[in-house]
Design a binder for this molecule. Sequence first.
Ligand SMILES: [Zn+2]
Length: 218
Amino acid sequence: MPDDSLIPRGAALGLTGCEACGLVVEHAAADAPCPRCGSRLHARKPDSLTRSWAYLVAAFILYLPANLLPVLHSSKLFKEWSDTIMSGVVSLWNDGSYDLAIVVFTASVVVPLLKMGALALLLVQVQRGSAHLPRERTRLYRILEFIGHWSMLDVFAVALLIALVHFGSLANAEPGAGIVAFGAVVVLTMLATMSFDPRLIWDATRIPARRATDRHPT
Ligand SMILES: [Zn+2]
């Protein structure tokens, strides 16, 4: 494993990477436009931690109504009923569709919670200035980013749940407020992940910048 203390850092060498096109710019002023693509250059995403926390806390709060409020109101003749995500999973389970119940439960309850928990862990560690396991934490962030691309599956799982639970037996069905809250949780978690700057993980592990540049003069 390479010794991190010997690797010079871009910031110490006056280099800034463009987040949009990847161009490395020398001695760029903060907020200067990228010479290649025109997007704003900054050494770290501005207010990364504050933004990420704000989105994440909002997602945590909305996770409650997403699971407590009904995602579906249905009625048939004179009977009306509402289903939350959990009540839908339970009725799938009771119907004997164990595999589907597990898939829906995982995609719509466990995965969103794990994503939020993992990001909260990354944020807390950066705020504490932890230099512990930076590689593993960077990998965790990459996984979060990758899973984020598939966030529509979480919403799809809830849609699937509604279709499976009541398919064929419906006279009338309306989406409940829970589905809006659930969609908001998914979107807010994506925004929180995008706002986090993984380079902050490595900032705490840095050795004095001068030492790095001394050993690798440019
Ligand atoms: Zn650029």
